[in-house]
Design a binder for this molecule. Structure first.
Ligand code: F1P
Length: 317
């Protein structure tokens, strides 16, 4: 077992330590979730969750919020910026936090590095301990930042979530060898708060296994992208309880066209049940998506401990 795989399966005790921290974010301002790469994908899901719980929220990539905030929102002072960064050192995210504070916004940082630049340039720090062996590919920290972000917007996290997530990851792992064999085109579908998570599944698999991946809101997939589906396609459908009927029909169509479908929370060539509702699904599925990336990489004999062209932090000169 390589270190990436080990860390994915050893992440759950760190979840337990992060559960229950009093991190709630009050106020009626617009919440602007900011991040880069994985952290931006997580920001998208957290913003959707915040909107669903009655807040007002958007997600913006770090560089965009720093350089052209007016393309997203007109009044910085009426915002509460929640900057996500595992390292706390990503140039664009740190710059976005600094610029936001200078313009009068309140900045909360969510990071696992309590001594980082981002931690020093925020008004409020939300942090928790991560696995010391986590490498370049972000796994346990991604889960932890979603957990901390959910808590910050008032979502209680049950102590059983780690056991449920582990069960799902193990169930997926058991069926992966057959389902990924001979598949080279991977598609991740998720709606609402699961869209950011679908993007994250796609990014994870792409960077771990050097495979082309795509992510869409489920019903968007018929509007063009479906032209690529054939016997080389594997689809991960992250079912959302409120749109399941429409998503089931889409999956039937994709299977008819040759795709092998992993249904998480609903049917597919493999259908994996989940035991939480939509409010927690975005967190629950992350370890399963991480192990999918690792297994595809292993099948292609790619070492995820040193992924091609990637570094743990992107720092711009
Ligand atoms: C953001 C990030 C990662 C990506 C890569 C480079 O890092 O873009 O998502 O996988 O390793 O950095 P961070 O701001 O969360 O530390």
């Amino acid at each position: 077992m390589n270190t990436t795989e080990k860390v994915i399966f050893e992440q759950f005790p760190y979840w337990e330590k992060a559960i229950g921290a009093n991190t709630s974010v009050e106020g009626a301002e617009l919440l602007v979730f900011v991040g880069c790469g994985t952290s931006y994908n997580l920001a998208l899901s957290l913003a959707a969750y915040a909107n669903m719980s009655g807040r007002k929220a958007i997600a913006v990539p770090g560089a965009e919020w720093q350089s052209r905030p007016s393309a997203f929102w007109s009044d910085w002072q009426a915002t509460h910026v929640i900057a996500l960064s595992r390292s706390g050192e990503t140039t664009e995210t740190v710059a976005a936090a600094k610029a936001s504070r200078k313009a009068g916004a309140f900045v909360t940082a969510i990071t696992v590095e309590a001594e980082s630049s981002l931690a020093r340039n925020c008004d409020r720090l939300v942090t928790s301990e991560t696995h010391p062996q986590e490498g370049i590919v972000m796994t346990v920290s991604a889960s932890l930042m979603v957990l901390l972000g959910m808590q910050a917007i008032g979502q209680p996290i049950p102590g059983s979530i780690g056991a449920s997530a582990r069960k799902l990851a193990n169930a997926l792992d058991a069926v992966l060898p057959t389902i990924i064999a001979d598949r080279s085109h991977f598609v991740f579908l998720g709606g609402g708060p699961l869209f950011g998570v679908a993007l994250e599944g796609a990014l994870k698999l792409m960077e771990m296994s050097q495979t082309m991946t795509q992510a869409f809101h489920p019903l968007e997939y018929r509007h063009g992208p479906i032209s690529l589906v054939d016997e080389k396609t594997a689809v991960v459908m992250l079912y959302s309880s409120d749109q399941k009927e429409a998503e089931v029909k889409l999956v039937e169509e994709l299977r008819e066209k040759g795709a092998a479908v992993i249904g998480i929370g609903g049917p597919g060539d493999v259908g994996l049940p989940i035991d939480v509702d939509l409010s927690l699904t975005g967190l629950l599925v992350l370890p399963a998506l991480q192990i999918l990336g690792e297994r595809v990489a292993q099948a292609r004999q790619i070492d995820t401990v040193s992924p091609r062209h990637l570094t743990k932090v992107v720092k711009l000169a």
